[in-house]
Design a protein around this ligand. Sequence first.
Ligand SMILES: C[S@@+](CC[C@H](N)C(=O)[O-])C[C@H]1O[C@@H](n2cnc3c(N)ncnc32)[C@H](O)[C@@H]1O
Length: 316
Amino acid sequence: MKECLKGIVKSIYIYSSFVFSRGRSFLKKWIASRGGSASYWTEHMVVTEDFQSRESSFAYFHWRNDQYLDYINLMPVDGQDDKVVLDYGCGPGNDLVGFVEYSKPRKLIAVDVSKTALDAARKRLLLHGYDIEYIHVDEKENKIPLDDCSVDYIHTSGVLHHCLNMDAVLEEFQRVLKPDGEVSVMVYHYNSIWVHLYVAYILQIKQKKFSELPLLEAFKRSTDGPHCPISHCYTPTDFLAIAEQHGFSGECRGSAISMMEMNCLPERFRAIENRRLHEEQRKFLCSLTFNEKGLPLYKGVVAGIDACYCLKKLGV
Ligand SMILES: C[S@@+](CC[C@H](N)C(=O)[O-])C[C@H]1O[C@@H](n2cnc3c(N)ncnc32)[C@H](O)[C@@H]1O
């Protein structure tokens, strides 16, 4: 009897500690999301692993790239020897690892609104033997403290769609980029399995999550945690039009698709059958074709969440 009681007390203790710690982390993220993007990204990092060696950090770099098919070809980190390279919104430094391992930039500059992310990036790059320049920016002003026309290459992956003021960021890119410089951008893709199958069908209809919300509001909650304050997605036409307003011409290089989306693909037939799926999503899913690798295409472009662009200054 005594043993049984002890067991019950222990189970209650373990369960309540679990609920309390989950609740506390949930609360912290919720509070952070109220404070805007910067405070959210201070609490929420894309990688939380505490790497202890160059090998483990490098192994993670490769693993993460493989989670988004073709990502590393669409957002390359090689070929930047002797260049001034800026990783805008570097987060905890995954792509910075790529730049130091696969290029020999003259200068590598890491920028982010989150001091936690910059600290994590610094610690990680030290494992690779590099101490580079880290710059903290304010998310409202977005002023990059660098001279006009001083950067050869800007890499910004998974960042612009989270920015409070993307226009201000693109203006700064236009100012700091050299006339013959180049920007590589990855932003979330509207024409994706993520939007039209995962959010519209799997989350909203099948799992009844965020069902009451408009599609793009549900999308916002589906990408980087339910409390992420800003998360947009764009069609290539829309994103290139925004870039053009800021003096850039560009092209969509293609799109990287996540394993999550590939795992959802078999559900597309159930989704098409479902009378509650909106016509736009049904038409999207009905029109998919597949390339030789088995990846789904929409209007000839892989229907993955990571749309990748190359931008150059207009008129160059
Ligand atoms: C999804 S993470 C991507 C991190 C990294 N680029 C990667 O691919 O692993 C988004 C990053 O953008 C940063 N961020 C959000 N708004 C920003 C802004 N206005 N200026 C600079 N960085 C910003 C966040 O702090 C966060 O580190």
